[in-house]
Design a protein around this ligand. Sequence first.
Ligand code: NI
Length: 172
Amino acid sequence: MKLPILIHPDPRLKKNCAPVPDLSDSLRTLADNMLETMYDAPGIGLAAPQIGQLTRLFVLDCVKEEGEAARPLIMFNPEIVASSDETNVYEEGCLSIPEQYAEVTRPKVVDARWIDRDGNEQTETFDGLWATCFQHELDHLNGKLFIDHIGAMRRQMITRRMQKLKREQARA
Ligand code: NI
């Protein structure tokens, strides 16, 4: 089932999300629906607060190569265990900030830990786009958006555009 995605500015995108105490079928269904919503958008990551659930959960799949197998990942209670001093710059976007992009600098490599769909702890070292996406989604769980990493002028300009978009959507 596809879920509606919240558009910035929205107070729910500013909240610190609560850890998942125990996996349940309803949380698994939520995660499956988030993957469907993400692929449909299309996007490479989607965090629970973006669909109004203030829970530490996100999904991602950064496979971009045509013909390469999809790699849908569901992450409950994700954390960064270590991150590199070396940084990377990516032009980031966000499904909650449609059609707006900005360069963001983040650590190039992160050692990540999370609980998977089956309740098992997973660890993996992510590099490049996967590392950026993981950090972008983790930010969402802490009430932070990619525009919080850029200058205030640019951020305000993007926020005004989104306010205008939401007014137009409300009228439609
Ligand atoms: Ni995002």
